[in-house]
Ligand binder design. Structure first.
Ligand SMILES: [Zn+2]
Length: 393
């Protein structure tokens, strides 16, 4: 029987549903306001239908041009802030030539707008008026912006230890921020408790977020002239880029557009190496690992919720998982910024991974490699200035 749902080897589910429970296999659709299955299990994105060039909405200039690949949503509910197709930039980096995908050029300054624009459009279609979320960075800012545009009340639980600067953007959009003492897990627990009375718009749990992130895969392939790159390198904490790209590339293979999957390389920070450790150990599951400060705060995740799916996706693509130290991240950040590409340190993790993979021969000089740059340097201008001046790090 073909694998109908989610990742290869994932739970089978009834056809015609957009989501499937990873625990019991039950299917569900976009008409259900749920961030998890009735059994309590996590919801996964159902396998994408085959996608080909003919399915594109050519009149649509944004990532919504790939809407036919996504769970069905009435276009009238789309929440827009002026998203555009983000540019590709071919650049000679110290380790070799790379095609940079400038996905930080979104309205709120990060690729998370893809996922949260789709997630909030779905919430609007369900007439949800009030949401809670837990986030300390780019996802919170993106959720705050899109809920503001949609007229949805938004409360975000954040670590009390966070610097106020990082939260200023979400607050400016009008989100209520609730600081919680303790670690990241304590913040998530607080959001879960609040979810008893309000919708939990968790970007890490709602599969609609992944569907939005998946548009990156379709967009890349269209921009490259309907060809797959040999490699795609992304930063990975919870791993939404890996899962979203894998989902899109599988749909393009099924649609006959691509002959095979590009190799997906996930790059972690050495301070939070849960996925890299599982990969190195040949495991099927990801255990919690890491902690403490890192330059790559956007991927400071002790344990991704979809660890098993991540490992499967990377294996199927013949990719790799690696982790880089803050020294390598800083070196990569310097190389990017000095060439005019102003990104936040978490984005530089992918470039540091590219350097590593080009040096160890995983990526050959003749191959096409796309490095996804996820967050704008404007979000971390003071930090970047201090780092490059040697005042920090
Ligand atoms: Zn279930």
């Amino acid at each position: 029987m073909p694998e109908a749902f989610g990742v290869p080897g994932g739970p089978p589910g009834p056809p015609g549903h957009s989501f499937a429970c990873a625990a019991c296999g039950a299917g569900s659709g976009v008409e259900q306001a749920a961030w998890r299955c009735a059994c309590g299990g996590p919801l996964e994105l159902a396998e994408a239908a085959p996608f080909s060039r003919a399915a594109i909405d050519d009149a649509e200039p944004s990532f919504w041009r790939y809407a036919r690949a996504l769970p069905p949503l009435d276009p009238r509910h789309r929440v827009r802030l002026g998203e555009a197709v983000t540019p590709l930039l071919a650049l000679e980096l110290p380790a070799g030539r790379a095609v940079l995908k400038l996905d930080y050029l979104f309205p709120t300054g990060s690729y998370k707008d893809r996922g949260l624009a789709v997630l909030v459009s779905w919430l609007r279609s369900l007439r949800i008026r009030s949401v809670v979320e837990d986030s300390s960075g780019n996802a919170g800012a993106a959720l705050a912006a899109y809920t503001a545009a949609a007229g949805i009340e938004c409360t975000i639980y954040v670590p009390a230890s966070n610097s106020p600067g990082k939260l200023a953007q979400a607050a400016a959009y009008g989100a209520e921020l609730v600081p919680i003492a303790g670690d990241r897990a304590a913040v998530a627990d607080a959001a879960l408790r609040a979810a008893a009375t309000r919708f939990y718009a968790s970007h890490n749990r709602c599969p609609m977020f992944l569907a939005g992130v998946a548009t990156l895969g379709f967009e890349l392939v269209e921009q490259l002239g309907w060809r797959a790159p040999d490699h795609v390198v992304v930063p990975a904490g919870y791993g939404s880029l890996v899962l979203g790209l894998h989902w899109a590339f599988r749909a393009l293979v099924a649609g006959g557009v691509l002959g095979g999957l590009p190799r997906l390389h996930a790059v972690q920070t050495a301070a939070y190496p849960a996925l890299a450790a599982a990969w190195a150990g040949g495991a099927d599951e990801v255990d919690a690992r890491g902690g403490g400060p890192t330059l790559a705060e956007g991927i400071a995740c002790r344990r991704p919720l979809r660890g098993r799916a991540l490992l499967r996706a990377i294996r199927e693509s013949r990719g790799t998982v690696t982790s880089v130290g803050d020294d390598e991240t800083l070196e990569a950040l310097r190389a990017l910024v000095r060439r005019g590409v102003y990104v936040e340190p978490t984005s530089a993790v992918a470039a540091a991974g590219h350097a590593r993979l080009a040096t160890d021969g995983t990526i050959a000089p003749t191959e096409t490699v796309v490095v996804v740059l996820t967050g704008s340097g404007l979000k971390a201008a003071t930090t970047i200035g201090d780092l490059l001046a040697g005042r920090r790090g």
